[in-house]
Write a protein that binds this ligand. Structure first.
Ligand code: ADP
Length: 477
């Protein structure tokens, strides 16, 4: 038979009280009997002792088991994994013990279920790409996903790896009053609200925050409000770019148009009978009209390419053929600037995946630029070769074809390089206009290269010249 658990001093005291309490009625009877000479005092004393010993036995052996059971049930509150005491002598206590153990097993299962539910809830939250916070009624963070730790954990000086947002007040996490007001409104009026806020470090980012109150706050962590963040940075940037683009395009068209209108007025008025002036003005008007045509052509090219940007070309093309025909086409322009176009291509150059017309436009724009901005200083050199490694920005692995167009012009200051492919971005606007530029050539190049899943790189050294390189995937690779 297994050893029984020893009783605590408190339990012993309680059991002694029980033994005395249970003996008292019999003691009273014995006392009355002895008082009325129905029993001798000695017999009464012996009987009282015997009764007390019996009650002691009943208390310690039977009630002791229940005392132990009670203590065990109490310890289960503090430690649900506390070991169950050994078997009991009383069958009833044993039955209660079995019932208690079954209850304990059910609790343990429920606990595990709740823990795995909490874990899977956290996994679901962590798998969301957008940041999400859970707040209690006091605006304290009671839950956060990995994206929000990345975004806001770092802002707190943490690395965003631990659950370092938990327990913090919202005001300490997002310092924007708009979000705090929206949270207060959502909690007090129990309605969805939203607010926009920006983070300035490490870079300017704008988010829309959706604040959704929870109808029945969770009793486990007290979630009362869900904050879901949607990044708006790109969207706002695109909106700004679109607005800028329309403004720029209108401005670019308005200038030559205003000039043409001005000359028409002059020709109808003061210069009506001035033949030499008429010739001169018509010449300028032709130039301006050509400028508008070029601009409209480039705008149309750009929008056509943008529409197709997401569908990749499929045919295999010979880059050397396109380069040679482009060079031929630009020969007169090169001669005009006392320059030449030299092409050097590897004999075993593989075919690339591409759209011949679009690639022709890429090489045309880059060679024209090389002639415009560097033609007077030396030849324009075009090289085409197979390279073993792709530039970091290019998707995929393995070799690709690199086409470089190099000039010996004055080069481009470093700070302009990252923005050169933006629409209408020019280093020197007046010079670009004077040379017949629209400011859209490189933007077209960039979009076509993107569509070809290629990459454009620009290297430039002041006083020495620039090299524009286009990397294209090899056909059949
Ligand atoms: P543009 O019609 O003005 O030439 P692009 O988009 O083709 O427009 O080029 C944008 C700007 O990049 C040009 O205005 C010029 O300042 C600069 N740029 C382009 N190619 C060269 C080059 N080969 N050498 C120096 N600057 C260049």
């Amino acid at each position: 038979m297994p050893e029984r658990e020893p009783l605590h001093a408190k339990s012993i005291r309680r059991l002694l009280v029980w033994a005395v309490g249970l003996s008292i009625p019999t003691w009273i009877i014995l006392l009355v009997m002895a008082a009325f000479d129905r029993l001798g005092w000695l017999d009464a004393g012996l009987a009282a002792c015997a009764i007390f010993l019996f009650m002691l036995y009943v208390s310690f052996v039977r009630l002791g088991d229940f005392e132990r059971l009670t203590r065990y049930a109490e310890t289960l509150f503090e430690n649900p994994d506390a070991p169950s005491p050994p078997a009991y002598s009383s069958a009833m206590a044993q039955r209660m013990m079995t019932a208690l153990n079954s209850l304990r097993r059910v609790w343990a299962e429920r606990r595990e279920e709740a823990a795995s539910l909490a874990k899977s809830r956290q996994d679901i939250l962590d798998s969301l790409p957008d940041p999400l916070l859970l707040l209690d009624r006091q605006r304290r963070v009671v839950g956060a996903n990995l994206a929000s730790l990345d975004l806001l954990g770092r802002d707190l000086g943490g690395m965003g790896t631990g659950r370092d947002l938990l327990g913090r007040d919202l005001a300490g996490v997002i310092r924007d009053p708009k979000v705090l007001d929206a949270a207060a409104e959502a909690l007090s009026q129990n309605k969805r609200t939203d607010a926009q806020f920006s983070l300035s470090a490490p870079m300017e980012r704008t988010f829309r925050t959706l604040l959704v109150p929870v109808s029945s706050p969770g009793s486990r962590d007290g979630t009362a409000l869900i904050l879901a963040f949607q990044e708006q940075t790109e969207l706002l940037k695109m909106d700004r770019m679109r607005a800028d683009f329309v403004a720029n395009a209108s401005h670019e068209l308005r200038t030559p148009l205003a000039s043409v209108l001005g000359f028409i007025e002059t020709l109808r008025g003061p210069a009506r009978d001035d033949a030499p002036a008429r010739e001169k003005f018509l010449e300028i008007m032709l130039k301006q009209a050509n400028r508008m045509t070029r601009l409209i052509d480039d705008l149309l090219s750009l929008s056509r390419i943008e529409i197709r940007e997401h569908t990749r070309p499929t045919s295999a093309v010979d880059v050397m053929l396109i380069l040679k025909s482009t060079a031929e086409l630009l020969e007169p322009q090169a001669r005009e600037r006392n320059s030449t176009i030299r092409i050097e291509g590897a004999t075993d150059l593989p075919m690339v995946i591409g759209e011949p017309q679009e690639l022709s436009q890429v090489f045309h724009n880059l060679t024209t630029n090389a002639l415009k901005y560097g033609g007077e200083h030396g030849p324009v050199e075009i090289t085409a070769q197979k390279v073993a490694t792709r530039p970091p920005a290019m998707l995929g692995q393995g070799p690709c074809v690199k086409i470089s167009i190099r000039d010996h012009g004055e080069g481009i200051p470093k700070e302009h390089l990252p923005r050169l492919t933006e629409r209408f971005y020019r280093v020197d606007t007046a010079r670009s206009r004077e040379l017949g530029g629209t400011g859209l050539g490189l933007a077209i190049v960039k979009h076509i290269t993107n569509r070809h899943r290629g990459v454009l790189t620009i290297e430039s050294e002041l006083g020495k010249g620039s090299t524009f390189s286009v990397y294209l995937p090899i056909a059949g690779a």
